[in-house]
Design a protein around this ligand. Structure first.
Ligand SMILES: *Cc1c(COP(=O)(O)O)cnc(C)c1O
Length: 389
């Protein structure tokens, strides 16, 4: 499915006649976004990358190499399986497993050079058992919960780990995760920062990692030694702060199947939720919820839904999204602009992904990781490599 078109191919986009749509992933924008975040960090902080869920749905094979080329050396995935795939692609990367240590999987981690971020006393105990007697135990991080209450040891549990001299375990990294960093004024941000400092003081030799994308745009106090941005790399917004959105990376486009009339008073789609207030022209587009174009994006007579875009025109969605298609209003578009076979943009450079997500009551993260498998994917190459290593 993944091919590597030359820049000319990509620009000319010789599309397959069988494609109902295409997902364009701008690897140059991905690399540029990583460099922009890296430049934003305090001087002594390293910028890593969260690449879980197949680089947030973009496709790891290409995404990982683009990030490595940009200079990224430390990668965070959710599962050991994702770690294995990342290792296969990047033999020299440092790879942390955010979901922690899966039961009985220590050998697997060590065999692939994956570092668990140990997230409970049980995981610490199991890892200690595994490394006992090893002269050069493999590194592992430690996750301390500072308020999000998902994974991680409590501060008290972390104190117990730190004060056990016979443990033979010291984390190479101490990590915590922010609950509300997308809301810069939320009081929880400062509280978590304070607790994280306490946790780090227990393990003075470990590197410290707190910041996801949104936290990078808070105060520099949140940067510490190693940042773990995800969503900002992939071009969606991390935060209420407008500067927390960088270059768009993903464009979703789909073909017009037909254009037809909708007479005043006629309804369109399942449930007849939209009634034409006047005579309209409608483009039926080959993207539905099976392609990851969310059903909640639709419109009713009361509620406006998502917009699509073609050649400078915004196209309001009409009625419900169905499995394989959606309807858009092309009444305002000249007939020679929106024709059978033409592509409309569902999100990308002209319709921000955050807007499309908000219309469906969700966030860019969910839209990206839910993109379907029916559309072809093309990857625009990294044009400028300015890696650090
Ligand atoms: C997903 C994740 C990140 C990245 O978060 P973004 O909001 O996408 O920047 C960082 N740390 C942890 C623990 C995560 O689960």
């Amino acid at each position: 499915m993944t091919d590597h078109p030359s820049p000319e191919d990509a620009a000319n986009s010789a599309d397959l006649p069988g494609d109902g749509g295409r997902i364009t992933i701008d690897l140059d924008a991905l690399a540029a976004n990583w460099r922009a975040l890296d430049a934003r960090l305090s001087d002594d902080a390293e910028c890593g990358a969260a690449v879980k869920a197949d680089c947030y749905g973009l496709g790891s094979d290409d995404g990982l190499v683009a990030l490595w080329t940009a200079g990224c050396r430390t990668f965070f995935v959710a599962t050991p399986q994702e770690g294995q795939a990342t290792r296969a692609r990047l033999p020299d990367a440092t790879i942390y497993i955010l979901n922690g240590l899966y039961p009985g999987a220590s050998e697997f981690y060590a065999g692939h050079g994956l570092r668990p971020v140990l997230g409970s006393p049980e995981e610490v105990a199991e890892w200690r058992g595994f490394i006992a007697g090893q002269s050069a135990p493999p590194p592992a991080g430690l996750h301390v919960d500072t308020g999000i209450s998902r994974l991680g040891l409590s501060l008290d549990e972390a104190r117990t780990v730190a004060s056990d001299p016979a443990s033979g375990f010291s984390p190479d990294m101490v990590m915590s995760h922010m609950a509300c960093a997308d809301m810069p004024d939320h009081p929880m941000n400062g509280q978590q920062l304070g607790r994280f400092r306490e946790a780090c003081a227990l393990f003075p030799d470990a590197r410290r990692s707190l910041a996801n994308s949104a936290s990078i745009f808070l105060d520099r106090d949140y940067h510490f030694d190693l940042a773990r941005p995800g969503i900002t790399l992939y071009g969606a917004s991390a935060s209420q702060l407008p500067q927390a959105r960088l270059r768009p990376v993903v464009t979703l486009e789909s073909r017009i199947l037909q254009v037809h009339e909708l007479k005043r008073g006629e309804t369109i789609g399942y449930g007849a939720t939209f009634t034409a207030p006047a005579d309209m022209r409608v483009a039926m587009v080959a993207a539905g919820y099976a392609d990851g174009y969310l059903r909640a994006s639709g419109s009713t007579d009361e509620k406006r839904g998502a917009d699509a875009w073609i050649a400078g025109y915004r196209l309001p969605i009409l009625g419900r999204v169905s499995m394989d298609m959606s309807a858009f209003d092309v009444s305002a578009v000249p007939p020679d602009v929106a024709r059978r076979g033409d592509f409309v943009e569902l999100f990308g450079a002209n319709i921000p992904i955050d807007e499309t997500a908000a219309c469906a009551g969700t966030i860019g993260y969910e839209l990206l990781t839910g993109l379907g498998r029916r559309f072809s994917r093309r990857y625009l190459p990294v044009r400028s490599a300015r890696g650090t290593g």
